[in-house]
Design a protein around this ligand. Structure first.
Ligand SMILES: NC(=O)c1ccc[n+]([C@@H]2O[C@H](COP(=O)([O-])OP(=O)(O)OC[C@H]3O[C@@H](n4cnc5c(N)ncnc54)[C@H](OP(=O)(O)O)[C@@H]3O)[C@@H](O)[C@H]2O)c1
Length: 298
């Protein structure tokens, strides 16, 4: 087997598989999927896919896979938290395929409880005896499947306002899922590319500027309601406890609102030809997509 991909049913992974389909690759691709994963999109692709069932966070799954296959490359999108398990199983199996791992710029957070785990895992990756590329996206957006901006767009469209906790002048630089998927494909096509790369979007904005942009694209004003940061932390905690996964906002997101989350992507531009679209262009596409799906008013 040439390639194993995890996370192929997710937002970024499904785009990567579509791109692999477009370039007409003839390689055999093992997609590691959970028994509950929805494979309907994958079955429509003209790719040589082998469906491997399991859980990429468990030793048993990787032991089973690596006892049957010697992949040349593993693209691990599902979660960087699974990496220690994967690396241990690879060592046990005596295999050193090229690893392309999706991490997160969350590793730079000053909130230790959030970033420490990522730092420990990243350190482990640097000890990998094979070739690896660690790609760290910022906040991912681009469709109704993203975890972040589509909820904000929907809320602004429905209620015409959005709360701004604290000053709202922190910097963000969201990256479009398609630009990220393209960068993964390039890392796959350039096996000599080694090391870590930050993958941020084409535009740096403050949170308030983001809301103004969303209002412009929705064609209606979005009022910015200024609130103290503590009120946000409390509200998010309560919402998360009640709504769980459906909560429009997580406590950690509010806490991290105080942090600037803009990171240069010069190294990725140089080595991966990474030229991400502007936020206005990407958000316009997302708004149009959500309109076409009837998720927001037209
Ligand atoms: N969202 C962001 O803003 C952000 C920012 C920085 C980094 N990242 C990272 O970027 C990566 C891609 O994000 P995404 O938005 O594409 O995620 P996503 O849409 O939530 O997709 C996650 C994928 O991973 C699979 N998966 C999760 N846990 C698994 C497990 N234990 N075993 C096997 N498969 C598993 C899911 O399978 P199912 O179909 O079965 O659910 C799905 O295919 C993730 O590693 C994420 O942590 C995200």
């Amino acid at each position: 087997m040439d390639l194993i991909v995890t996370g192929a049913t997710g937002l970024v992974g499904s785009l990567l598989l579509q791109y692999l389909d477009k370039i007409n690759t003839n390689i055999e691709i093992g997609c590691l999927l959970r028994p509950t994963s929805d494979i309907s999109q994958l079955t429509q692709l003209n790719l040589k896919i082998k469906y491997l069932r399991g859980d990429s966070f468990t030793v048993k799954t990787w032991q089973e896979i690596l006892s049957q296959f010697c992949p040349k490359t593993i693209v691990h999108i599902a979660s960087i938290r699974h990496i220690p398990v994967i690396m241990d199983c690879l060592r046990e199996a005596g295999q050193n395929p090229r690893l392309v791992v999706i991490g997160t710029t969350g590793v730079y957070s000053k909130y230790n409880q959030y970033s420490r785990e990522y730092r420990v895992i990243e350190n482990k990756i640097t000890e990998y005896p094979g070739s690896y590329s660690l790609l760290r996206p910022t906040m991912i957006y681009g469709s109704h499947r993203d975890k972040n901006l589509h909820k904000l767009i929907k809320f602004c469209d429905r209620y015409g306002f959005f709360p701004v906790f604290g000053a709202g002048d922190n910097l963000i630089q969201p990256v479009h899922a398609e630009d990220l998927a393209q960068a993964i494909l390039t890392a796959l096509q350039r096996p000599h590319i080694q090391g870590a790369y930050d993958l941020s979007g084409g535009t740096v904005v403050t949170f308030r500027e983001l809301l103004t942009l969303v209002g412009k694209l929705l064609g209606k004003p979005v009022r910015q309601i200024s609130l103290p940061l503590n009120a946000g932390v409390w509200s998010a905690t309560i919402l998360e406890n009640i709504l769980k996964e459906r909560s429009p906002v997580r406590r950690e997101q509010i806490l991290r609102l105080q942090e600037d989350k803009a990171y240069p992507h010069d190294a990725a531009q140089r080595d991966l030809d990474f030229f991400p679209r502007t936020l206005e262009e990407g958000l316009r596409q997302e708004v149009e997509l959500m309109r076409s799906l009837g998720m927001i008013s037209s």
